[in-house]
Design a protein around this ligand. Sequence first.
Ligand code: ZN
Length: 200
Amino acid sequence: MTGAPVLERIPPCSGRAVELDTGDVLVVVDPMGQQVSDLTAFARDDLAEYLSSGRSIDYASRLLLTTGDTLYSNRSNPMFTILEDTCGRHDFTLTPCSKRMFELLYDEKEGRPGCEGNLAAALAPYGIGIDRIPVAFNIFMHVTYDGETGQVAVLPPLSGPGDFIRLRAEMPLVVAMTACSAGQSNNFSYKPIDFRIERA
Ligand SMILES: [Zn+2]
């Protein structure tokens, strides 16, 4: 028997990678409210298999995924099941914020790595480079879509302090996640993200 899983903190504007075995549960917590965490995953048995936005949305027939939904890989294998979701609003359509995105959308010149760079840095020990970072499951990200035009808007997250999502790993995974660095996504306040792993 082991004790209660330790809550770990991802500092603002940074990323982490963790390994999960089948049945492990990853709990991602927004400790202060209105903070996004971009999450991506690769199969440890074959790192060419990755978490797929397109497959997951296709099989759910919905853009918005929550409790009971499955997140699939590019090979149509279940990677995660969402066991519990106290926020209920996440995005699975947009790519992680990036150095170039900050230049194009925010007119920033200082070259922050963004979630894309932070995910790639966390995954570097696995040989996964920046060009392999897919559309992420953007936990707590509040994106709206106009029903007529498809116009996309990024609004402040609906998450409050302590909101969390519980994801059960359906295969051995390496998972990378961030505390997102994009102003629009986090109501222009860069906060940490907490997580814990409930081992099977
Ligand atoms: Zn981001």
